[in-house]
Design a protein around this ligand. Structure first.
Ligand SMILES: Cc1ncc(COP(=O)(O)O)c(C=O)c1O
Ligand SMILES: [Zn+2]
Length: 392
């Protein structure tokens, strides 16, 4: 049984709405294979905690588990993930004609990326449910985060990554003691190998959106940004989208905050930023489609954006549309220039995925889609140091 200071009630399918028990380990919806969301008794949570209590916690709880009343566990496996700074990008903003531009710098997380939030939460739950072996298909940083948290939890980690994964990630997998398989292909090929091996090997599969808990960790990016802006949602959020977990998680956080009475019905316009060499979200968004078509020959230096077809394609598209957001693809050359611009003008050495948001933001200021006085947050999802094979 789950310990009862948290307010988890059930798991619920994001596609068909059916419920699944939260007191045992689940994967996807048994009826339709949709992703499962953790549901909470938010009325009870709102009695136990509120923005004032949370703001007073800032110094004492230096991790994402500060939001524990809306998290699925009580005893976290933590390396201090979350509570990253929201940095005003003054020079960069001035260069774009923007007055309220911020960078949420996720590069400061353990293992240098926002993946620490999702995998930290997932490994917490795996440990709670007694899992001994876990496997992941990864474009790079998710494998690093899994390897670190699995090491901390004493769980065996099996990582499947493309053979050309950034060397920094590979070094992390090895030093954290994970078992690594390099695959001649993309993350989708890695996912097939995990799927084929999981029953034979007894692995729990923590693929993006195929288990309920990575979203719960990633959603803390939404709670944090609202708290950092004085319990207000920003007008626009730019998110470099691969599998889309952070986008989905933040949207879930906004819904939960509204239900607890912390914010109203207002929502940020959500902008998915992708690489021109692999833009399935952008193509489906522009085609007014409900589902995505797998992109072929995916290539980009932004390894985390090399996801040919996100599992939660429908949810991502629904969020972009209901937020009145959009989706943009940017070139690798522009991404590389933006890494330099962010570093030299703001002191932030960003991952290419994070720098891609700078390129997209500039375009949307120029086109008039964003006004200069709107509050805009760019998610720099990781640090640049792991990408020295492409950033020279
Ligand atoms: C630095 C970075 N940014 C963005 C992404 C894409 O994240 P998501 O799968 O949540 O869309 C990844 C995924 O590997 C990443 O490593
Ligand atoms: Zn279902």
């Amino acid at each position: 049984m789950l310990a009862n200071v948290n307010f988890v009630t059930t798991l619920q399918c994001t596609l068909c709405g059916k419920e699944a028990a939260a007191d045992r380990l689940q994967t996807v919806c048994p009826a339709c294979q949709g992703s499962l969301f953790v549901r909470y008794d938010l009325k009870a949570a709102a009695k136990a905690v509120n923005p004032k209590v949370l703001s007073a916690r800032t110094q004492a709880d230096r991790s994402m588990w500060k939001y524990r009343e809306v998290m699925p566990a009580e005893t976290p496996v933590t390396l201090g993930e979350g509570q990253t700074p929201l940095l005003p990008a003054r020079r960069l903003g001035a260069a774009m004609g923007a007055e309220k531009l911020y960078v949420k710098d996720e590069g400061l997380n353990p293992t240098g990326s926002f993946k620490a939030r999702g995998l930290g939460c997932a490994v917490t739950m795996l440990k709670q449910f007694g899992v001994k072996k876990v496997a992941i298909p990864t474009a790079g940083n998710a494998g690093s985060a899994l390897a670190a948290y699995a090491a901390e939890a004493g769980i065996e980690a099996h990582i499947f990554a493309p053979a050309d994964v950034p060397k920094g990630n590979l070094a992390e997998y090895n030093f954290y003691g994970a078992k690594v398989t390099l695959v001649d292909g993309l993350i989708s090929d890695c996912a097939k190998l995990v799927q084929q091996g999981r029953e034979r090997e007894g692995w729990y599969d923590v693929s993006t959106m195929k288990e309920p808990y990575r979203v719960e960790g990633k959603k803390t990016m939404g709670y944090e940004v609202v708290e950092q802006l004085g319990w207000k949602v920003p007008d626009v959020i730019f998110y470099p989208t691969g599998g889309g977990v952070g986008l989905i998680g933040m949207w879930k956080a906004f819904d939960e905050m509204q239900e607890m009475g912390w914010i109203g019905a207002e929502r940020p316009r959500m902008v998915a930023v992708q690489a021109a060499g692999c833009p399935p979200v952008v193509e489906a968004f522009n085609a007014h489609a409900e589902r995505m078509v797998a992109c072929t020959n995916a290539t980009t230096m932004a390894a985390g954006l090399r996801v040919p077809k996100p599992y939660a394609d429908k949810i991502i598209l629904d969020i972009l549309r209901s937020s009145r957001g959009t989706a943009l693809a940017v070139s690798d050359a522009a991404i590389k220039a933006a890494v330099r611009e962010l570093a030299s003008s703001e002191g932030i050495f960003a991952a290419p995925e994070g720098a891609a948001t700078v390129v997209a933001a500039r375009q949307l200021y120029q086109s008039g889609w964003m006004r200069p006085d709107e509050t805009v947050v760019l998610y720099n999802t990781g640090g640049g140091l792991k990408y020295l094979d492409v950033l020279q």
